[in-house]
Design a protein. Sequence first.
Length: 127
Amino acid sequence: MTNKAVIHTDNAPAAIGTYSQAVKVNNTVYLSGQIPLDPQTMELVDGDISVHIRRVFDNLSEVCAASGGDLSDIVKLNIFLTDLNNFAAVNQTMGEYFQQPYPARAAIGVNQLPKGAMVEMDGIMVI
């Protein structure tokens, strides 16, 4: 029997489409993509790519917490960048949020992201 729950927190940006912030199935949580939106204003944060990356990790962290876990429970992380030259900034900032063992990861260059964001991340968490 599958135990499925929709996850929502006001501490992360509300879904801006027909999706949930996350869906938990048994002990696996599927995290929807997060862009660097301020959860209060629903606007992109001001600042350079490092500020944007931090906001994305903060948003993911809040959804993880609402799911009963934290960033260390992420087993697969997908990173979407409109400029792959920003990958070094992702690595540096990710080192502030994660410790070994790091999750499996993919970094994908894309043409554009919602609301003109430069970075988006989604993932799978097991708790």
